[in-house]
Design a protein around this ligand. Sequence first.
Ligand code: ATP
Ligand code: MG
Length: 721
Amino acid sequence: MDVTSIIDSLNDAQRQAVTAPSQAMLILAGAGSGKTRVLVHRIAWQIQVGASHAHSIMAVTFTNKAAKEMRARIENLLNIPTQNLWIGTFHGIAHRLLRRHAAQAKLPETFQVMDSGDQLRVIKRLLNSLNLDDSKWPPREVQWFINAQKDEGIRARHMLETNDLHQRQMLLVYKAYEELCSRSGLVDFAELLLRGHELLRDNPDLLEFYQARFRHIHVDEFQDTNTIQYAWLRLLTDGKDNLFVVGDDDQSIYGWRGAKIENIYNFQKHYPNHQVIKLEQNYRSTGTILKAANKIIANNAGRMGKELWTDSGEGEPCALYAAFNEQDEAYFVVERIRAWVNEGGLRSDAAILYRSNAQSRQFEEKLMATATPYRVYGGLRFFDRAEIKNALAYLRLMSNRDDDASFERVINTPTRGIGAKTIDDIRAIARDQSLSLWAAAIVLINQRTLSARATNALIGFLELIKALSVQAVDLELYEKVKRVVENSGLMELYQKEKMDKGEEKVENLEELVNAARLFNFDQENEEGMSELDLFLTHAALESGDNQGDDFEDCVQLMTIHSAKGLEFKLVFLVGMEEGLFPSQQSVDDIARLEEERRLCYVGMTRAMKQLYLTYAESRRLYGRESYPRPSRFLREIPAELIQEVRLRATVSRPATSIQPKNPPSISTGSYQLGQRVHHDKFGEGVVLQIEGSGAQERVQINFKQVGVKWLMLAYAKLDVL
Ligand code: ATP
Ligand code: MG
């Protein structure tokens, strides 16, 4: 038995954690100190020394990507495949249990998972049918309310009657929503967790079985577990000291979604025999990056308090770039990445991290314009695109006729002469008789109250779904998808759509067929689900980690939230502005502001070698122009750790006073950076860069109408404004 490869590359504290006898354990340590590494090595060690079979181990992480990486690293250490090791997200594992035990979970075998977009649509429709006005009852608020209750383990029937009218109405909606989901066999994300918990709680035999099976349970990023997730872990480990959790209170960033940092304290109370191990050496970042991050997080009150050190040397100062506007910011970042690649760096070692998904567009455009491959994580996922959702809705209906959300989505897409009035009639019958829309449609046809045309159209739709199901029986998954895309009329619909838009949709549908062809049924299937159901679940749960070509070397773009746990040599933390980061909603609320600061700490500590911080002096976002002040977080970094970057002009000054300022005017000959100019053809713009001299002098201008262009001054006719 050779365990040297597993424990050799660990420091003393890490080794102690990895090799400790089975007991409850809390590894509390700062970013980059090897928590995830300890978790992976501990699992490998337990298997290697025979303390446990892979079969008896469960590991929970935060994203599908992290789960995949974790499995790969364990397999790499052990040199054996580990299929029967349960590694996944809370949602993924709960889903697996519900599939296995659907009847005991009081779910139909064919239940479908809704992602949050589907859930919102269902809620909208429900509010409509309850005659509640969207403006007074914003669907997103209702969705937030329902999910928040579920995250706390509260069902509608647990809620107390109140005199508060608003609360009472919310309760009614929550009840109606529960009924609708149960009638349609629909399960939202929060429901996966809640029902997963109820399944174990209410079925003692089952609970006992899983308690006996999982002799070791490991949780990464424990600081971000919510009430129901923790309750679920408690059930599974009840009476046993076999919960091994790693976390960092300074990286708790999901409080807004119900995560409870108190779980760290609860753990210590509930598992009195636990051992705490602290890791203090950071192996990820340079001394400067670590110092800057430590300084920022020191501004938060009520921390558990940890000190991190590194012996990897000081490294470069953190670079700060003040952009004129968001386009200049994107331009700067992309140019730096190109320089990095020119010097031999990998694109995948560079990450652009932003506070909000909406910021990615500018960077994507600049990356595209320079033909730099990139991948956006967690933006609009492939499976979220309308055309894909339409095709999936047909497939869902084939699998489960009672899936109302899908029924409604495609009953008249493509248009087949089923009018709003007919759909309203179907809804009314469904509501009055507590039927699914499918069953209500049959009732409506039998009532013979519809015109002949409407009746035919409706029958046509029902027959289409039935025919697709019958034809699909013996087909391979991808052939099913292909048949649906073609026979539903969707392909034709998008082929007729004008220009690029339609073309892109057609390509996406083709890609869906392709995705079905490549779908790894064997790897995902454990619960005897049909291949189609498995594929549909995959579409709902997959967080878009797989978009693009896995093997291509791509620049990485994601929100800071989704960068948790990851590391990159070169990190750009962009949009460091008041109102954006920290977000507008958090600036007046100390608890939320501290969560933003932890987010900033998470973002900075992703960087291994070089960290760039950027902000724009004017920004157009969500269609509005603003002139934000630089983020307060920038001021919290000691000046000696930062160097300000100025393009071309070799001005670099320590950022002692990061004040709002007008576009800097650094004179470089005939034009100035930031100067407004007019060009006969391109209109008005702002000078971004100046290069060369004499006849070779070129200026880069950001034109309002046509975007960024380089012009030779010798030829361009520019008027200074
Ligand atoms: P985060 O809080 O960001 O999730 P973490 O504490 O989980 O960070 P890891 O991702 O496990 O940290 O480790 C950070 C980096 O340091 C990784 O590249 C890891 O391989 C490396 N590392 C950790 N421990 C050691 C060690 N003892 N020797 C060499 N490298 C190490
Ligand atoms: Mg980690």
